[in-house]
Write a protein that binds this ligand. Sequence first.
Ligand code: XMP
Length: 510
Amino acid sequence: MDKILVLDFGGQYNMLIARRVREQGVYAEIKQYDRVTPAGIRAEGYRGVILTGGPNSVYDPASPRCGREILDMGIPVLGICYGAQLLSFLAGGRVSPADNAGEYGKTALTVSGESVLFREVPPESVCWMSHRDYISAPPEGFRVTARTAVCPCAALECPDRQIYGVQFHPEVTHTEYGREILAAFLFGVCRCSGDWSALDYAGREIEKYARELKGRKALLALSGGVDSSVCAAIMHRAIGPDLTCVFVDHGLMRKNEGDFVEETFRNMGANLIRVNAGEVFFARLRGVTDPEAKRKIIGEEFIRAFEAQAARIGRVHALVQGTIYPDVIESGKGASAVIKSHHNVGGLPDAVSFDRIIEPLRDLFKDEVRAVGEELGLPKELVWRQPFPGPGLAVRILGEVTPEKAALLQDADAIFREEVAAALPGREPSQYFAVLTDSRSVGVMGDSRTYGYIAALRAVATDDFMTAEWCRLPYEALEKASSRITNEVPGISRVVYDISSKPPATVEWE
Ligand code: XMP
């Protein structure tokens, strides 16, 4: 399998680079710049190396750098933004602060020289720039192949050494011919074959675990989310009845979702234990109003319910987890600030002992996981499900969580989701849901006064959930949702729309 190394210098689009490479059928792996050695790169047999962007200046002695050897290993190199500046610097060129020549956003690009990278790019096109420094003098032996109005060196190369650099970001869709430029590097320079696919990868995982586990039992905590569901589908294909999926229903799922998850996996023929633990969860949550305390209780109860099932089943060989590639990369980057304690079944291995942990999706991005899920026959509603927090509706019910409030929220949320899906079919926001506030307000229905809860509606657009914009939903959809909720859900008398972005707010209310 041809592999490309994406050497990470801290740029915000680094995962995107790897995804864009994989989209072209070439496997890409991200590694932090200081975690690889030339010998390691050679041993892995990479066909090419991409040096990513990053926020630093190469002339700052503390900036992240790789060794100069990387340019002389006979392996093609493509530097993007900071990566292009770094390779210029390492090869003896000069990088300077751009002063007035910094560029941000869409920029006109002029191809000014023959280059294999630009073989599919017309002389004039649009690229995406984001830089404060620029290459003011290319290294000896390099030629400039593109420029912009203010940047004299928007691309440079030394084909004899198979080294290429672009100041702009070909991985960002705003770069008109970004895909073609990456393809030219992958196929024209690195000579990759382009035969990698997430589906083949999943097929190999299925074969691998069928072989390795033969007759030994594995356990999987199924949340009904995309990752654990696709994991279950893969492992079910691999080991069939030796896989047991434990689905702990905490009673705080969206309306009818518990039944949907159960039905899906029963139809698949998977060994499924559904633990209806709603009563236990609600009892433990009685009187609790602090958001972090709620999350903690749910996390603990979840593990307890899972442990009880594991004990009933007896000794199992492996625990299957739905870790995906972004989790792997992010956990390698050290702890980022914990804003909310994210509850995930990732906490299980400490509590329950197994001989091994299996993570069949650990090399795949979310969109690849989804493609595998569809191929393995999971329903579209499940595969394209919007994210749903582990603690479920508990973090969308402000104040004390009770079964009555959960039922109100489930109804309001189902109506809102129906109306958004009807108003924007195929263009739904990244995440949209209802929240039940802890406040009540006066209303009037018929001739009577009402005094019900205030529900809030939330819809956000985001690529990575680290930042998010509130969505400008059509007024008609908001009106319809509001009117239906106040009419069809007795107990809710007022509906408001959340117009906060992240930051400063978070997506969830708690
Ligand atoms: P926040 O509220 O932190 O949410 O802006 C960002 C994304 O993470 C989801 N989220 C969670 N997911 N366990 C999860 O598995 C959690 O405890 C949790 N809290 C938030 C949230 O729905 C959004 O997609």
